[in-house]
Each structure stands twice: as C-alpha cells, then as structure tokens.
Design a protein around this ligand. Structure first.
Ligand SMILES: [Zn+2]
Length: 515
C-alpha cells in the first residue's frame, strides 16, 4: 500500500473525514510483518487485503461491488464496503455476523477496525489471532496440527546445477518456487519455496546446517502454508518445481546453465525407475463426461453429450472386463449424476488408477456444421487455438459447481504448467495411448481420425496417471450425431478404445519389464 501523510476517505454516506496513516505489526510464529492502515479518533483500521496476505490467506475482490472474500483451508469471510455484516463460512455452515462498525472503502481498498479483525479471522484459521491495542500489534501463533509436515530437506549438486528435495508427510496441494536476484555484487540470490497446505518445525528448519547449495535456510509458518527461503551460494539461470508422489517430496531443480533438460530428465528417470518396480496396469478408470444438471454439449437434434458419454463408458467397461478380466475397471459415474471435475481425479487416484480415460463429444459453435471425426487429447497447457477452444468448452462444466471461483482459482496458467510438469513423467505414455485410441477407433468405427492434440483440461489435471480425453465425435454434425446416439455407433467406439487399451497395456508392461 502507498502511504500518504494524510489521506481522505470519501464515502457516499458520510462527509469526508481526515485520518492519519498507521502501520500495525503482525507477528506470526516469531516473524514480524507490517500491515497498512489508518486511524481516526476512535479506531485503528487495517487493510483486509494486507492482513490476509500476512496470514497467508487468499483474497478475492468482486470488482463490481468491491466486496472482498478471504479464503483459508477452513472457511471464508466476506466483507462489504459500508456494511456491518460479515458472512462467515466455516465448518460446513454459513453465519452472518454484525460488526459494530462497517467496513470502509478507501483508495479502492477495504478496511476494518483492528480490534474486530481477530474475532472474524480466528473463525477460519487454526489457532487464534489477537490484537493488542496498546502495542498496535496482532499476534498469531499458528496451530498447525493436521497439516502435512516437512520431514526433511536434502540438497545435492548435479552436473548442471542442483536439486533440492523437500520431504513431506503427504504432498501439498499447491507449491511454487521463485528465485530473486538482488542485482548487487556480493549479495546472494534467494530461493523462495511456498508449500500449501504444509507445516514445519520452524526452529528446526532454521538451524539446519549449510550445504553445497545454500548457506542458510529460514522458514515462515502461516496458517495453511509454509515458506522456505534459501540463501543460495551461486547464481542459477532457471528452476523447475515438481512433485514425486512415490517419495512424497517436492523437488526444485536449479539450473546453472541453459542446458536444463539434462538434470530434469535425470530426475524423471529416477522417478520412473521407482515407479516401474511396482507398475502394472491393473486399474483402469473410465470417466464419462458431464452428467446430471450438466448436459454437456447438445446436438442438432437434441442429443445430450452426457448420455452419449455414459453409454460409451458403460460399453467400454463391459468390453474391458471381457478383454482384460484381471484388470479392475472403475467408473467416475455409472449413472446420470453430476460429478465435479476435481472429484473425478480424486476417484481415480483413490482407486489406484493406472489409466484415466475421459469420454466426451465435440461440437462446433454454429450448428449444423460439417466438421466431424474423433480427437484424443492429453494434458498440456493449451497450445493451438482449436485445442484452447475445446478445452474452454469442456472446462465450462465447472460453472455447474457451486464454489467454482474458489476451487479453481489456483488453476491459472502458471499453475497449469506446474501441474503439467508433475505429469511430465506420464506425458509420453498419455501421448502414446492417445495415438493408439485414434488409430483403433477410426479402424472399427465409422469416424475419421482427426489426430492427437495437447490441451489443458481440468479433469486431466487431477489424475496422477497417464490420462487422455476422447472427443468421440461431433454432435453438431447431423450424420455423426445420429451415429453417436445409436447403439451400433456407441459399441463400435467402445470396441476401438478397448483395442487401443489392450495394445497399450502390452506395450507398457513390456517396456517396464525390459528396461
Ligand atoms: Zn464434454
């Protein structure tokens, strides 16, 4: 926040009042940061945005109304400018509480009296936030019980850089790393790593001995997340972050030269070697797209995508059980119900899935349209314009989920890239499966092979296994719509996918036992 010596608060319902700027201290687990605000005759007001940030919480401002939401892992708060009511959602219930004084909008930022902040924030964080008026200080001791803990930090020099491995009890949902360079001679570069949800013993982490890679490390614990700051011994030109689910670790690869691929592929090789020891294609997950209140795309004659996807999915299950009797087949839905996109990935992971096949139908914006054929996608942030258009169409299912803004906000472009990185180990296999599906479906069904593409589908992000999305044909094409709604068409497509999976299984398992 920019602090002016004196600034005016113009509000619709009261005359401008003159307020003095004020800075309030926030202590979190021994670390201090500073929150901007102001004071009038009776109260100290603090910036909701800065306080939330200091506590490691996410905020979201609804532009049209300047309402501000604060999110934690445990709930959310909603503040409205000029309004006394605070909407608190936590523990599965929503309450409306009344603040003695309304939230104030000043210079486009929302402020509330510091003395009340503790009460509201303590409802959505573990531990409690208290404000000491005499010291103008917030104190927060995070209770981190229940968060996955850091179990260790390892650093190793590599041919072209370094690898830092952070061991965790379980993998954090979000992770990011950045390097900052002071630009001054002699000042070391810093590496910042943020993990969420995550916790660690700050004293223990701070006292870890120096390594070949860094001279010191310090940790800051926030309610849901932990940030590790490494003082680096040398300059690195770039970095990559990915997770290894076999060892529950977050890996940061630091590259000292542009020849980055070498170290990364070394790590991947290690990861794959770990995995192939116990790799067997024993569980296949079929994900019929859409369902329930989400019909998916609608054909020229009213065919709903959700029904085609389910019919093909059920046929596919039957075929797979016959062709691969030892393989378990799991469906994310086997009837006409709505399943949120992120739950589909969870179902797959919990079932120990080794393959994830999402089934859909395509459509052009203007119907009827001659465009036809089958397309198979695997995960990678959208590349071609066409792939982006189709991804946008399929990802639109999110709007049927109640709290989609909150749930998918973290899937911005950068995060998609990170998540795709985590998938890198599978990309080769996903691509091969996608190619086999194209070849085999067009061989047995009356659909043309439109080829394999890469795109950023949310539904593929959640599944930690080779994953593909099949657009079985165009409902915007009259002939193809008729074919897709016919039993004959559905069976033929299922048969083609089954043939592809049988071949893929043979190739994949041979590959792993040979190497
Ligand atoms: Zn779809």
């Amino acid at each position: 926040m920019r602090i002016k010596s004196v600034f005016l608060i113009g509000l619709l319902y009261c005359a401008p009042i003159i307020a003095q700027p004020k800075v309030v201290t926030l202590r979190v687990g021994g670390n201090a940061s500073y929150i901007g605000g102001f004071e009038d005759f009776n109260h100290v007001y603090v910036s909701l945005n800065e306080l939330s940030k200091g506590l490691g919480l996410t905020t979201f401002v609804l532009k049209s109304t300047d309402k501000l939401s604060v999110y934690s892992n445990y709930g959310s708060l909603l503040f409205t400018p000029g309004n006394n009511f605070v909407v608190v959602s936590a523990g599965g219930e929503t309450k409306v509480l009344q603040m003695p004084i309304p939230a104030l909008l000043a210079n486009d930022k929302l402020y509330i009296p510091a003395e009340y902040a503790g009460d509201y924030f303590s409802r959505i964080i573990q531990g409690s936030l208290e404000y000491d008026e005499a010291k103008s200080e917030f104190d927060y001791s995070p209770a981190t019980a229940g968060l996955p803990e850091i179990t260790g930090v390892q650093a190793q020099s590599k041919a072209n850089g370094a690898v830092i491995e952070i061991g965790m009890q379980s993998l954090p949902r979000a992770y990011e790393a950045s390097i900052t360079s002071s630009g001054l001679g002699g000042e070391p570069d810093m590496l910042y790593v943020t993990l969420m949800p995550a916790a660690g013993n700050v004293q223990k982490l701070d006292s870890l001995p120096q390594t070949d890679i860094y001279t010191s490390l310090f940790a800051i614990q926030s309610p849901n997340s932990i940030q590790l700051s490494f003082r680096l011994k040398q300059k690195y030109v770039s970095k990559q972050v990915f997770v290894d689910s076999t060892t529950n670790s977050v890996i940061i690869a630091l590259y000292s030269s542009a020849d980055v691929q070498k170290i990364f592929s070394e790590e991947l090789k290690k990861k794959l070697e770990n995995e192939k020891k116990n790799w067997k294609l024993d569980v296949i997950v079929i994900d019929p797209g859409h369902g329930g209140k989400d019909p998916g795309t609608i054909g020229v004659h009213g065919t709903e995508e959700k029904n085609v996807a389910l019919a093909v999915g059920l046929d596919l299950r039957q075929d797979l059980r016959r062709a691969l009797p030892k393989v378990k087949v799991v469906m994310t839905r086997d009837k006409d119900v709505f399943v949120p996109l992120d739950e589909r990935g969870e179902i797959a992971n919990e079932a120990g899935g080794k393959l994830f096949i999402s089934l859909h139908c395509n459509s052009m914006p203007h119907k009827p349209n001659p465009m036809h054929g089958v397309e198979t996608y695997f995960l990678r942030p959208g590349k071609t314009g066409e792939a982006i258009r189709i991804a946008a169409q399929e990802n639109a299912a999110i709007k049927y989920e109640n709290d989609y803004e909150k749930k998918y906000k973290s899937y911005d472009a950068d995060n998609m890239i990170l998540t795709a990185m985590a998938h890198s180990a599978y990309v080769k296999y996903s691509e091969r499966l996608a190619q086999l599906i194209e070849d085999n479906v067009s061989a047995v069904a009356s659909v043309t092979d439109n080829g394999v593409s890469q795109a950023g589908f949310y539904v593929l992000i959640g599944a930690s296994m080779p994953a593909v999305l099949v657009e079985t044909g165009y409902l915007s094409n009259v002939r193809e719509e008729r074919y897709l709604r016919s039993k004959k068409g559905q069976r033929a497509i299922a048969k083609g996918i089954t043939n592809a999976i049988v071949k893929f299984k043979a190739e994949y398992e041979k590959n792993f036992t040979q190497n």
